[in-house]
Design a protein around this ligand. Structure first.
Ligand code: ADP
Length: 487
């Protein structure tokens, strides 16, 4: 042993480490760690104790240089077994299995080394940074387990231990738990050099105050950041929803244009064909059977009526969108209006019957043109979607709640459960397929008209089959529906 050993020892925070102590030193710079390590070795040798250093290869290299600078030839001490400088990576390869420390291998590796050293020297001090390597690789469980294995080894073997971790490992918020656990697993904790090197209590209190301020500031910053991130997330979500809505609107518009073009073209083609045929026949043969001409002209009128209805629906949609569809109320006998509506629909094509169940009269303040439009639409749907020869039942009654209830019941296929909520939506057609002579607007317009009257409309699906549309209207504008009506 050279005289330098006694000169260098006794300065580090872990220089006097009685057996069974398990210390941890945090550090910011390698230079500080190596200075501490060199003092640790010097103290150990000076006091005639044995030291085992398990460090990374670069740290071992620099430690040897530092010791040499201070006249300590590590090879001399290694030869006597007083100093063992062990490569951390090499040691770990001997007991780590699948990135986890194997307790038996660990015990079999370090147990004998410590026991043998302890036989020849009064006490053994170990410095280890294998835990820093596992922590650096984000192997948190391996780090905790390894610290525990050292703690267990201290129960059966007589040695003190100092671990070291660079502070940079704990720079993320996620590493806070590991740091807390590592501190818990050690009997003494030495903060990094920013604090450890301060000489007086005054300096240390000042530093703690500044650190507390930094912690508060960081916490506030984290909160602001979390808030800003949440706002950004919400803004992105709102933007995504708006984009989706715009895309849906565009898609609906495109679909609608194609449906509208198709629906308008069908009656127009038929109308043109029949009108041309009528013209040709009347030109070619002045003695043409007037009944045939009448028949052709009648079908022209029917097709023109379909066209007019479809164009009327388009106009209504644009009026509803612009808020210009208004209700012109009059005191009307709704029974007569209902009978007139039934007469205006053609139930002969599929040989269907329409039955009316209504009182003799029922007066209400409604817009007769618009209500007729609603009834006709519901009737046409009922006929359109019901089988040949079936019966459509229309009921009209006064309800005690002070409203009139009109229902149209058919024997059709009903509407699939998954689509029931959507049939009153604009352009919605069940199965997303164009229905004969429709654009998915009828029920939408019906609901809007009924709601402009202060009423409501809904569909019911009786167990015996078919669909029953129910319209409820207040008798006068001064008597709005008392309660929402649920089925
Ligand atoms: P359209 O004019 O295309 O028939 P509507 O708005 O009147 O559009 O109806 C929307 C959808 O609801 C239709 O595509 C049809 O599938 C369904 N529907 C309406 N009435 C009935 C009914 N009485 N029975 C079965 N399905 C119906």
């Amino acid at each position: 042993m050279t005289s330098d050993v006694s000169e260098r020892g006794g300065q580090g925070p872990w220089h006097a480490s009685p057996a069974h102590l398990h210390l941890v030193q945090f550090y910011e710079s390698d230079a500080y760690l190596l200075e501490m390590l060199e003092q640790f070795v010097a103290t150990t040798l000076q006091e005639g104790e044995a030291g085992i250093v398990v460090a990374t290869e670069p740290h071992l290299r620099r430690l040897r240089l530092l010791l040499a600078e201070h006249g300590i030839d590590d090879s001399l001490y290694s030869a006597t077994g007083q100093l063992s400088l062990l490569d951390a990576t090499g040691m770990m390869q001997q007991f780590m299995v699948n990135a986890q420390p194997d307790p038996v291998k660990f015990q079999n590796l370090f147990g004998p080394v410590i026991a043998e050293t302890r036989e020849r020297w009064p006490s053994v001090r170990i410095f280890g940074e294998m835990v820093a390597l596992t922590a650096e690789r984000n192997q948190e469980k391996a780090t905790r387990d390894l610290e525990e294995l050292w703690n267990s080894l201290q129960i059966t073997h007589d040695f003190s231990l100092c671990c070291a971790y660079p502070m940079s490992i704990f720079s993320s918020p996620e590493s806070a738990n590991l740091l807390r656990d590592v501190c818990e697993q050690h009997s003494a904790v030495f903060p990094a050099e920013g604090y450890s090197t301060l000489k007086s209590d005054e300096d240390r209190f000042r530093e703690i105050t500044l650190l507390q301020q930094k912690a508060t500031q960081l916490e506030t910053e984290v909160q602001h950041r979390a808030k800003a991130e949440e706002q950004l997330r919400n803004a992105l979500e709102a933007e995504r929803a708006a984009r989706e809505e715009a895309e849906t609107a565009l898609r609906l518009r495109d679909e609608f244009v194609s449906i509208a073009a198709h629906e308008l073209k069908t009656p127009l083609t038929s109308l043109m064909g029949r009108a041309q045929l009528a013209l040709k026949r009347s030109k070619r043969d002045s003695g043409q059977d007037p009944e045939q001409i009448t028949h052709l002209v009648e079908s022209v009128v029917v097709q023109a009526g379909k066209l007019s209805r479809l164009i009327g629906q388009l106009l209504d949609v644009s009026r509803l969108k612009g808020g210009t569809l208004s209700i012109e109320r009059q005191l009307v006998d709704v029974v007569s209006l209902l009978e007139e509506s039934v007469r205006s629909v053609d139930n002969s094509i599929n040989n269907q019957t329409i039955t009316i169940e209504a009182p003799e009269t029922l007066l209400a303040e409604i817009d007769p043109i618009r209500l007729e439009q609603v009834i006709v639409n519901l009737l046409n749907n009922a006929l359109k979607y019901s089988p040949r020869g079936s019966e459509v039942v229309v009921t009209l009654a006064w309800q005690e709640s002070g409203c009139i209830e009109l229902s149209v019941r058919d024997q059709g296929p009903g509407i699939p459960v998954a689509e029931r909520d959507r049939i009153f939506e604009r352009f919605y057609q069940v199965g997303q397929q164009s229905s004969p002579g429709g654009m998915g607007l009828g029920l939408y317009i019906c609901r809007e008209i009924v709601e402009l009257h202060g009423g409501d409309v809904l569909a019911e699906f009786p167990e015996s089959g078919g669909t029953r549309f129910i319209v409820r209207l207040p008798i006068s504008s001064s008597q709005p529906l008392s309660q929402p009506h649920f089925l």
